[in-house]
Design a protein around this ligand. Structure first.
Ligand code: BDR
Ligand code: CA
Length: 311
C-alpha cells in the first residue's frame, strides 16, 4: 500500500475522504492525519478527525494539530456550508482518542525524513498552510515527497468562495503559491472535477442502504451538506470534493486531466486565490501540475459505496 498523510479541515467531505482511506488498507497506508484551520477553526478540526477515526473503528490512527491560521491572512471559515460543528448532519459522540502532542508540521517533516525518499504521498484537502510551513521550515523534505494529491482550485468552474477562487486556495493563497511552486509531482482535483461528483438522491440512498452506522452517518452528512448547494445553485446534489483525492490513489483511471502550468494569484483583490491554469498551453511556463478535469462519477460513487460497506 501507498503511504500517505491526510492534511485536513473536516468538514463532511473531508470526513468521507478519511473513511475512504481507512476502508482501503490494501491500497493505502494512512500514516497520520494532520489538521489545519479551514472549514472550521483548528480545535474543531482535530476533534472531528478523531470522531471520524473512531466511527471507522480505527482508534490507533495518529491525529495531529497543525497550523491554526493561514501564513499571512486572517482565517476564513465555512460554517455556512458545513454547519457549526463542521460535521453537522449526524450525531456522533465526542472522541476518546487522544490528540498527539507533536505539532502536525513536525510530524510531516519527521515522517518525510524518516521514510525512504519518494515513498510518502501528501493528500491536502484543506488550505495548504501546514504543507507550505513544512516546506519552508525544512526544504530538505521537498525532494523526498513522492507526490502531492490535493483538492483545490478551479478553472472552468471558477469559484465557490469568490467569483474566481475555490475555498482551499483562497483561504491561504501564499501557502498555495509555495506548494505549487515547489517542483513536487502535483495532482490537483479542482471544482471542475468535484462539481461532476454530485450526491444525487439515489447515491445518498445507496449509502443509507448499507445498513451500517457508517452508511447512515455518511448519508446524514451528505444530506446536510447538500442543502447548501441545492438551495444556492439549484443543482441536483452537492459536490463531494475531498474524497476525489483518495479515489485517485485507489483508482486513477476514474480521472482525466492535463499536465499543465498552474499559478496562484496572491495580490489582485478581485481574483486572489485563483488558480490560473494554462489549460490551452498558451504560455511557455513549465508544467507543474496534473490538473484534472473529468471524473467517471458513477465509478467514483460505486467505489465509495463498495469501500464504505467494509467499515
Ligand atoms: C473545499 O472546501 C471545503 O469546504 C471542502 O471541504 C473542500 O475541501 C471545496 O472548495
Ligand atoms: Ca476540506
Amino acid at each position: 500500500p501507498r503511504k500517505i498523510i491526510i492534511d485536513t479541515d473536516p468538514g463532511q467531505d473531508d470526513a468521507v475522504a478519511i473513511l475512504l482511506a481507512l476502508a482501503s488498507p490494501e491500497e493505502i497506508d494512512l500514516m497520520g492525519i494532520t489538521a489545519v484551520a479551514g472549514n472550521v477553526p483548528l480545535p474543531l478540526g482535530h476533534k472531528n478527525a478523531r470522531i471520524v477515526c473512531e466511527l471507522a473503528g480505527w482508534t490507533d490512527i495518529k491525529v495531529f494539530a497543525g497550523c491554526d491560521k493561514p501564513l499571512q491572512r486572517d482565517l476564513v471559515t465555512a460554517e455556512h456550508v458545513h454547519g457549526k460543528t463542521g460535521l453537522d448532519g449526524a450525531d456522533l459522540p465526542d472522541p476518546r482518542m487522544d490528540l498527539q502532542q507533536q505539532h502536525g508540521v513536525d510530524f510531516i517533516i519527521e515522517t518525510l525524513r524518516n521514510e525512504p525518499s519518494g515513498t510518502v504521498t501528501l493528500c491536502p484537502i484543506g488550505p495548504l498552510t501546514n504543507i507550505a510551513t513544512a516546506m519552508q521550515r525544512a526544504p530538505d523534505i521537498i525532494p523526498r515527497i513522492q507526490e502531492i494529491v490535493l483538492m483545490g482550485g478551479a478553472y472552468f468552474e471558477v469559484g465557490n468562495i469568490t467569483p474566481t477562487a475555490e475555498f482551499n486556495i483562497y483561504v491561504d493563497p501564499e501557502a498555495a503559491e509555495i506548494v505549487f511552486g515547489a517542483g513536487v509531482p502535483l495532482t490537483v482535483m479542482p471544482l471542475d472535477v468535484t462539481h461532476q461528483a454530485l450526491t444525487t438522491p439515489p447515491r445518498i440512498a445507496a449509502f443509507r442502504a448499507l445498513g451500517t452506522k457508517v452508511g447512515d452517518t455518511v448519508a446524514g452528512w451528505t444530506d446536510f451538506f447538500e442543502r447548501f448547494d441545492m438551495e444556492k445553485y439549484g443543482s441536483e446534489g452537492a459536490p463531494l470534493h475531498d474524497p476525489c483525492t483518495i479515489a485517485y490513489l485507489i483508482a486513477p483511471t476514474l480521472f482525466q486531466g492535463r499536465h499543465i502550468n498552474v499559478e496562484i494569484e496572491t495580490t489582485s483583490p478581485l481574483t486572489v486565490g485563483m488558480t490560473v491554469a494554462d489549460w490551452w498551453r498558451v504560455t511557455d511556463r513549465p508544467a507543474n501540475a496534473m490538473f484534472m478535469r473529468d471524473i467517471d462519477a458513477e465509478g467514483f460513487y460505486g467505489l465509495l459505496a463498495e469501500r464504505l460497506a467494509r467499515l
